[in-house]
Design a protein around this ligand. Sequence first.
Ligand code: GDP
Length: 382
Amino acid sequence: MSRSNLQRTSVRQSKRKYRKRVYQTEDEYVGFASLPEQVHRKAVKKGFNFTLMVVGESGLGKSTLINSLFLTDIYKDRQIPSVEDRMTKTVEIEKRQIDIEERGVRLRLTVVDTPGYSDALNTQDCCKAVENFVDEQFAQYFKDESGVNRRNIQDSRVHCCLYFISPCGHGLKQVDVEFMKQLHEKVNIVPIIAKADTLTAAEVCKLKNRVLQEIDEHGIKIYEFPDCDSDEDEDFKQQDKELKLAIPFSVIGSNTVLEVNGKKIRGRLYPWGIVEVDNPKHCDFLKLRQMLISTHMQDLKDVTQDVHYENYRAQHISEENKRDLQRERKLKRESCTSLDGVVDADRLLQQKDEEIRRMQEMLKQMQEQLHVSGGRANGTAC
Ligand code: GDP
């Protein structure tokens, strides 16, 4: 057979092999390739929930930012306390819930606000109050999970904490450091530089570097973005890189819609111009929204479940075991002392019995002696 014929035969053979393989693949189709769609359909039907906590001094723009992020007015019924109230008031925990729907996907969003945080002169208790709240949610979940009916567990654990840093300082304040150190192992902390429009671009950059440096110096663990998969496309990788570089996100909040050149934009109007909330050149609002809602919401929930809740669970179980052990030891000790008491009482009773028996014997002997001496006396008299 000539060389070309040989090649043709081998091509034909390989074609036949390929056809066979395709045929086999179609034949061997079992159906589990549709599993992701099934999961997707089920998850969409069930709906999603997310709990976001906002922490920071009053007036840093927390409620404005939340409204801007979710395009709602979640703080309709809000009452702003007076300065006197703020001085004396301790931190409060306020929960607000809204159901949002977008293209058939339902999200139950719970926003946990902390009015009064760091307003009072004594700032030490504010961290404790927030920490207690976070722990209570873990405790409730643990209780529900260990209960009989685990079907409709309401997950109220805090999945993300947006921590607002003042643009007026030169970095982190003592209360910021205290808070983050106390809670970084219980909740995903995402630091934010509030009211970025009050700073120049250079000042924002300087403040960001200072904040990152202090976070590092104090050993604070903020939410760590997961590494991008190597098979992701280049655009996604670039977006992810930019997102990581933008931390701490500098944000501007506004619920005012302005009209510029016939275009409606959300921004803040100043005599010198307009700062646009959605403009990436003006602030990192879009990056924050993209991270929080479009790309990392599920990861924030996963880290809450797999890291923070697991830590709580392990610690809680070991504490419970320790308490059980202590209770057991105490019971043992008590039962031992009560057993000793029984033995002592028995011994005392035995001693008393012995004494009575001896006394009775002595009495008997004395009576006998009296009897004998009485008889003798009677005999003499005869
Ligand atoms: P909260 O107490 O932290 O919830 O703060 P608010 O959202 O109530 O905002 C307090 C004030 O700051 C309001 O007058 C807002 O209009 C204003 N504000 C909110 N966000 C910004 C911002 O990004 N830049 C500036 N300059 N002002 C803001």
